[in-house]
Design a protein around this ligand. Structure first.
Ligand SMILES: [Zn+2]
Length: 139
């Protein structure tokens, strides 16, 4: 199901506002932008917003998140502002991440030496899996 959203600010608080050239016109109640149905943006599924914020909290940069989730780093930084996400300092643990399909993931966890001395989480990402791993910086 497609959710109607403002093409400018992605908000879905929009109302119908007359018809122009036989096209429904809408008004965004958040940024007061008028637009017709042709310009209607697609609202990004909350699933991806949550994944992006998880990655942000894990210490990944906006551009790394852009590469993984496929939304622009500008959008990601807007979400951080919108949801008031504040990242605690990470100390000497450095996160790295890998994207695997299921078989690659199974192969990876078979290797015990890759699991020792590090913490990790595996999270679903679309049809793949992401493994985030923390290793203490070596002096
Ligand atoms: Zn708007």
């Amino acid at each position: 199901m497609e959710i109607l959203a403002c093409p400018k600010c992605q908000n879905n608080n929009i109302v119908k506002s007359g018809v122009i050239n036989n096209k429904q016109r809408y008004l965004c109640k958040k940024c007061n932008y008028y637009f017709t149905v042709n310009k209607l943006g697609k609202k990004i599924d909350n699933y991806y917003i949550i994944k992006a914020m998880q990655l942000y909290l894990e210490g990944l940069s906006y551009r790394e998140i852009e590469r993984i989730i496929g939304v622009s780093h500008v959008t990601v930084s807007n979400w951080v502002k919108e949801y008031k996400i504040k990242k605690p300092p990470h100390g000497d643990y450095h996160p790295t991440y890998k994207i695997f399909n299921h078989l690659e993931l199974v192969e990876y966890v078979k290797n015990k030496s890759l699991l020792s001395g590090a913490g990790m989480v595996i999270t679903e990402l679309g049809d793949k899996f992401m493994l985030i791993k923390w290793e203490r910086f070596k002096d």
